[in-house]
Unconditional design. Sequence first.
Length: 318
Amino acid sequence: MSRKNAKRKTKKGLRKGVVITGLVIFGTFLGIFLLEVFLRLTPIENTETNKDWSWVSSGRTGDYILDPDRIFKINPHRLTKRQDLSEDGLYGFRLNPDHVNDEYSYDKLIVVVGDSFVYGHNMRFNETYPYVLEKNLRENSVNAKVENAGVSGYGSDQIFIYLRDIIVPNLQPDIVVWSLNQNDFADSYDACLFKETKGGYRQVRARWNSLFFKNAYYPHLPVFVKKTKLFSFIDSRIPERYTYGCTPEQRSSKWEDRKLAYFLSETKEMVSRYGGEIVAMIVLNEHLFIVDNGQDYWQKKVNNIKEINERFLRIANQ
C-alpha cells in the first residue's frame, strides 16, 4: 500500500506542477496581451523605438561590429569606397594607400588615437589629420609613418582599452598622439567601461552597456515582437548608451578629470616601457568658433575655449 500511495502522491504532484506551470505561462501571456492593449489605447509620450543602436552590426556586414571589451570596433571585413578600412584590419586602422607600397619605409612609428576628429568622418583619407601630419613630417626630412587609429564615436575608456590591448603591445609605437576634445567628457558617461573603486579603477565588461546589449539581442527578436507597442515602450525607457554599474547617476567634472588623468598616466607608463612617448593633443570642436550673436556671444566662446584648455592642461599634469 505504501508504494501505491507514493506513486499516487507523485502523480498528483506532477499534475499539480503541470497545472501551476500552465497557469503561470497563461497568466504571463495574458498580462503581456493586456499591457499591449493598454499601450495601444492609451496615448503615452516617448514610446518610439530608439534606432541609435542599429548602426553597429553583430555580423560582418556593417562598418562597425560588436566588441566584448570596447563595445564596438571598426569592421575589418567591410571595405567601402568612400572610407577604406585597413586590411591591416588586424588593428582596425584607416588605410593610407602609401603604406601598402612596396617601396615605403620609415624610421619612426606614430599612432594617432581619438574619435571621428582623427578618423575623419565623411572625409577622404588625404584630408585627415594623420595623413597631413605624415606628409608634413616627410617634407621636413622626418621619415615617419603615421597610423590613423581614430574610431568614430569612441570615448576615452574605449581608446584606452584599444591602446592597452591592441596598439601598444603589438606595434610598440615611438609616439602615441592622443587627440582630446570636449565631448570626451560626455563619452566617459555614455561608454563608461572603468568603474572607480577605492583602489583605483576596475574594468567593466561591454555587455553591460545598453548599446552593446541592443545590438547583441535585438536583431534576434522576431519581427512581430519589435512591432509591438510594449517593445517600443520598454526600448524607449532604455538609455541610448549607458553602462549599468559604471555610469554615475550625476555628472561630476572631478570624476571625469580623475579618470582621464588615470588613462593618460597609464598610457604614458605603457608606451615608455618600449622607449616611446605620449603626446596629448587638444582638439577644439567647431561649434566653439560659431559667431552668431555679436560680441558678447563671441567672448563667451573665447572664455569657454580657455576653460577647456586649462582643464586639459590640469589633467595632463596630474
